[in-house]
Each structure stands twice: as structure tokens, then as C-alpha cells.
Write a protein that binds this ligand. Structure first.
Ligand code: F6R
Length: 607
């Protein structure tokens, strides 16, 4: 996600802001900006591209002042550009924001109705307008104006605000996006992440949900949104810089595994309508009534998301769906035309094969929708529309949170189509939407119980092969579990449809072969149990992914990884999580470079 920094003290703010933003570069960004004030109106400088671009601009403009805020942006609403970069300045208000404003469409319309003019495509500028409006309406203090503005906002945010009318202060508020204060000697720092603070101070104060803070020369005052004062002492951070970048986790991959509930919640935010049993896919018109077929195109992990997408689209919308490896599709003579919808899935949005496959399909008349984690990516631009995932930048090469965010986006798409083809009634739509909304909390439970798999991992680290078995919608998860293990542990692993085992791979099973069986409660449960019995009869060692409380599986398996109950179509969002942790733990046990596995690149822009 985006990075935030802030400073109020006696030193020049601009160099402190720029060096703070440098410390957050590892998170990924597409543009950057700062606002600096010295009692007079703030100077706002913004640039698309790398920080070096902003640094050049700052060197030319030389803004002076002891108060400032800065931001690195990872586009969500509106493409990467100078205009969309933060800070946004409206009237005398300069503001930076991380997160997503859910009701931005409504708010923008209302503010435009009040003759307010927007200069960017962002949801952030809306909040700057709201704060400016509150000040003009007579809010006595900046903190009061921010409070009034936020009372109209729904969504996830960390915002930081300065005002020309209230110099020498910064107000910040947090709801679901991180924000931390660094407490120095007569100076205060502010950041979205600890690494930006460590060169100045190790005494930090993490803001909690629904808190708002006023930073002045007198110090910091933290309040709840209702005005109650919060008394909390700073805590001393002992992390080194590398640990701080990983939020205290030993590796980015583990941090990103733990970020999944938030990534899913952000991807669903403002799109899932539980009451109406429906989902919005933005401005793209899927023309569901006319669709003959949906063709999902992707590579690697994203291809596995596509395989789950087929179940979702056929199950909820009753539209035939096919999944193709983009690298195969582009070199076939594919039968595809105007009544087909192509869905290109890519976390990076720039995978060469997926891009070429989308272009090929469009050249034959099909319409294309991109599911991408990068706004305005090549794949999004090459498509007729985009349904973005909001997982935030993924640094670990092995994809985890982007995969589950893709599953969430596909669930939204399937629900949207299902309500339009009529296959899903209002009641059924509501039931599915409500289950989907519960997924982030259920994922938290999986993360809490999966805990430490180092024992299992130690025992698996020396094997040379692992088999992953699943059926139905969990078969793609068997493929994904195997891919994760291969990528980072370098152990040969194969995903197989459990029913296919007796047609060949059963010959491999002996007491040295761990078999991971994905067997949550659902339509395939009994069948998978029979497959499991076949493994057991040949002394295979069984690691089962099971629904919480499944005593039978516990009695026949060597290790059980539990997940909460969920409707079959949503199970992959949960069953994949213990497999990610398993792969991670085995790679750690082997001493491998988890975040940068050998021979792999994060984005594959060659054929
Ligand atoms: C595996 C992984 C890759 C990617 C594949 C496609 O962990 O990340 O298999 O899924 O290279 O990449 P995107 O999704 O960027 O098109």
C-alpha cells in the first residue's frame, strides 16, 4: 500500500520527509509528493514515477518549513499521474491518505453538486474537500474539521492533514490502515510504517482504530472520534531496519500471508452489497444476458485463481466458463468471438503471455476484463475494463495475498453475473454475499490456529516429493499448494485431482511420501476420504486440511490443518492459507531464501 510520512519540529521538513519516503520505497509505489509549510501557505510538490523525480523537483523549488507531510502512492482510484499523486490541496487544506473510501462516488457527486471542482480522479481529494468545507462552515479547529469530514466517510483510511489556516499543526486519523507516531525531543514524526521513523527515534506510538491525533509544538494529543482523550505511553521499538520493513515478521512472504484478511476486505470494500445480494464490478458492463461463455486466461498462480473462477462463474451465474493458460491460448487458433467475455488475471498486470492472449482474444472480437493488482497496468489498458484487487504491493516472489484477492474479485464477478443471468435469486445472492463478507474474519481464525508449522516442516524438509490431492473447487488449491512448495522449498510437488490418483500416481505412494489432502466438509468430502484410505493403505503420511472439528480426519491423518466451515465455492480462500504457511515453513526449515527463490522473478515480461 501507499506510504505516509509527516514531520513537525525545528528542522527543515523536506529532507526528513524525503528520507522517510526512501525508507518506505521497498513497499512499491508509482508516484510521490510532499507538502511543506513555514507558517505561510504550504508548498505542494508531486511527481509521477520514482522518488528521484520528486527529489529533483524539490531541489529546484527548495521548499522551506518545519512542518510537512509526504506520501508515496500505489494507485487504487485513478491512474498513476502527477495530478493523482498526494498530497491533495483543496483551499488551504493539504492531505495525504492511505486506504479506500467506500462511498466516494456518492460523496463526489454531492460535492460537485455544491459546485466544488475536482482536479484528480482520486477518492482522497474528496476528503480534502470535506475538510476544507468543514473549515469554511466554521469548524473552530483543524481536528474538529477532520472529525466532521470523517463523519461522512465510510471506508478504510489513514489520513494526515495540514491547513494553511492552522499552521504549526498536523492532524491525523486512523481507521483500518496503519499509522504510527515517532516521539522525539521537541519534534514529532509520523509514518504509515516504522522503518520511516527509525533513523530519528525508537519511541513510537501506534494509533488504534478510530483514533485521531493533533500534533503541535506542545506535543501530541490522541483522542477517540467522540472526543475522549486517549492516554497511552510510547513503546520502544527494538527492531532493526530490515525487521521493521517486514513489520516484525522474519520474511515478507509471512507478512503478506498475514495481510490476507485485510487484502480481501479491501477488495470487497464498497463493492459487496450484502443487503441487495449483489456485487458491483465498477463501470464495466459485462452484458451478462448476452454472454455465451467466459474464458479465463492467466499464468501460474493466477491461472489457479482462474480455475477456481470457473467453479464460481458456472456455479453462481450458470455461464459456461473455460480456463486457459495464457501461454497456450495465444499460440492456438482459439475459437472465440463477440459473445465471449475474456477475463485476464494477473497480479503484476504485465505478464507477457497474458497480455498477448488478451490482445489475441480482443482481435477476434471478444471483450476483455482485467483482474489486476496494479492500476492502469499494461493488461488493464489492453482490456475493455478492469476489476482491481486491492492487495497492496506484494514483495515476496511467491504470490499469496494477490492470489486470495484474485479469488475475492472472481467471487464478486460471479455474484454480479449470477444476479444478472437470474441464476441467483435475491435470497441466494444475499446468502452468498454474507458468507463472502465473513471470509476475512475466518481467515484470521485460520492464521491464528495454523501458528507454527515448524515441526511438520522439519519432518518434510528432507523428502524429495510431495503429492497434493483435492477435488472439485479444492483441486486448484492442490495445484496451488504444490506450486508454492516447489517455488520456495525446491521440493518436487504435484497437485492432483484426488479421483485421478488410482489412474497412475498411486504407484508413487510409500511410507516416505507425504500426501497433502484437502478435505473440507462439502460435496466431495466422502469421495476424498476414500482416496485418503487408498493412501493410508500404502503407508503414505497424510497431512490433511480439514474443517474445524472433523474428528474422523483427525483420527486417520498424521497432521491436521484446520479451517472454519464455509460454503464450498468459498473454501479455497481458506484452504489455501495453511498450505501457504506449510510451504513457507518448509522453505525456512531448509534455510532457503523465501522471498527471492532461485530462478524466479516477480513479474515475467518475457515469453
Ligand atoms: C507464483 C507466481 C507466479 C505468477 C505468474 C503470473 O507464486 O507468483 O506463478 O502467478 O508468473 O504472474 P501475474 O499474476 O503477475 O500475471
Amino acid at each position: 500500500m501507499c506510504g505516509i510520512v509527516g514531520y513537525l519540529g525545528d528542522k527543515e521538513a523536506a529532507p526528513i520527509l524525503l528520507s522517510g519516503l526512501r525508507r518506505l520505497e521497498y513497499r512499491g509505489y508509482d508516484s510521490a509528493g510532499i507538502a511543506v509549510a513555514n507558517g505561510a501557505p504550504s508548498t505542494v510538490l508531486r511527481r509521477r514515477g520514482k522518488l528521484a523525480e520528486l527529489e529533483r523537483l524539490v531541489a529546484t523549488e527548495t521548499p522551506h518549513g518545519n512542518v510537512g507531510i509526504g506520501h508515496t502512492r500505489w494507485a487504487t482510484h485513478g491512474r498513476p499521474s502527477d495530478e493523482n499523486a498526494h498530497p491533495h490541496k483543496v483551499g488551504g487544506v493539504s492531505l495525504v491518505h492511505n486506504g479506500i473510501i467506500e462511498n466516494h462516488v456518492d460523496l463526489r457527486r454531492r460535492l460537485q453538486g455544491e459546485a466544488r471542482v475536482f482536479k484528480s480522479e482520486t477518492d482522497t481529494e474528496i476528503v480534502a474537500h470535506l475538510v476544507d468545507r468543514a473549515l469554511r462552515d466554521g469548524a473552530p479547529t483543524l481536528i474538529e474539521a477532520v472529525r466532521m469530514a470523517l463523519s461522512e466517510v465510510r471506508g478504510a483510511y489513514a489520513i494526515v492533514v495540514m491547513s494553511d489556516d492552522h499552521p504549526e499543526q498536523i492532524v491525523a486519523a486512523k481507521n483500518a490502515s496503519p499509522l504510527v507516531l515517532g516521539i522525539g525531543e521537541s519534534e514529532t514524526f509520523l509514518a504509515s510504517d516504522v522503518p520511516a521513523l527509525l533513523e530519528h527515534t525508537r519511541d513510537v506510538l501506534f494509533l488504534e482504530e478510530g483514533e485521531i491525533v493533533e500534533i503541535t509544538r506542545g506535543g501530541v494529543r490522541v483522542e477517540r472520534m467522540d472526543g475522549r482523550v486517549v492516554e497511552r505511553s510510547p513503546r520502544r521499538i527494538e527492531w532493526d531496519a530490515a525487521q521493521a520493513e517486514k513489520g516484525g515478521y522474519p520474511h515478507f512472504m509471512l507478512k503478506e500471508i498475514h495481510e490476507q484478511p485485510r487484502a480481501i476486505a479491501d477488495t470487497l470494500r464498497g463493492r459487496l452489497d450484502v443487503e441487495g445480494g449483489d456485487a458491483s464490478i465498477g463501470t464495466f458492463d459485462a452484458d451478462a444476458g448476452r454472454l455465451r461463455r467466459v474464458v479465463l486466461l492467466a499464468c501460474g498462480t493466477s491461472y489457479h485463481a482462474g480455475l477456481v473462477g470457473k467453479f464460481l462463474i458456472e456455479g453462481l451465474a450458470g455461464i459456461p466458463a473455460e480456463v486457459d493458460l495464457a501461454s497456450e491460448f495465444r499460440y492456438r487458433d482459439p475459437v472465440i468471438g463477440p459473445d465471449d467475455l475474456v477475463v485476464g488475471i494477473s497480479q503484476s498486470g504485465e505478464t507477457a503471455d497474458t497480455l498477448a492472449a488478451i490482445k489475441e482474444a480482443r482481435s477476434r472480437g471478444a471483450r476483455a476484463l482485467a483482474i489486476s493488482n496494479v492500476v492502469d497496468s499494461a493488461i488493464a489498458r489492453a482490456s475493455d475494463g478492469a476489476l482491481y484487487t486491492y492487495a497492496g504491493p506484494e514483495i515476496g516472489v511467491a504470490s499469496t495475498k494477490c492470489f486470495t484477492a484474485q479469488l475475492a474479485a472472481l467471487a464478486l464477478l460471479a455474484l454480479h453475473l449470477g444476479r444478472r443471468t437470474g441464476k441467483l435469486s435475491l435470497e441466494a445472492g444475499r446468502a452468498f454475499a454474507s458468507e463472502l463478507q465473513q471470509i476475512p474474519a475466518k481467515m484470521e481464525r485460520v492464521l491464528a490456529v495454523s501458528g507454527d508449522l515448524s515441526d511438520v516442516a522439519q519432518r518434510s524438509a528432507s523428502v524429495s516429493d510431495v503429492l497434493f490431492l483435492g477435488r472439485g473447487v479444492n483441486y486448484p488449491i492442490a495445484l496451488e499448494g504444490a506450486l508454492k512448495l516447489k517455488e520456495i522449498s525446491y521440493i518436487h510437488a504435484e497437485g492432483y485431482a484426488a479421483g485421478e490418483m488410482k489412474h497412475g500416481p498411486i504407484a508413487l505412494i510409500d511410507d516416505g511420501m507425504p500426501v497433502v489432502v484437502i478435505a473440507p466438509m462439502g460435496p466431495s468430502y466422502e469421495k476424498v476420504l476414500s482416496n485418503l484410505a487408498e493412501v493410508k493403505a500404502r503407508d503414505g503420511r497424510i497431512i490433511a486440511v480439514a474443517t474445524e472439528g472433523d474428528k474422523h480426519l483427525r483420527s486417520v491423518s498424521d497432521v491436521v490443518l484446520s479451517v472454519p466451515d464455509a460454503p464450498p465455492l468459498l473454501q479455497p480462500l481458506l484452504t489455501v492459507v495453511p498450505l501457504q504457511i506449510l510451504a513457507y515453513s518448509v522453505a525456512v526449515a531448509k534455510g532457503n531464501d523465501v522471498d527471492q527463490p532461485r530462478n524466479l522473478a516477480k513479474s515475467v515480461t518475457v515469453e
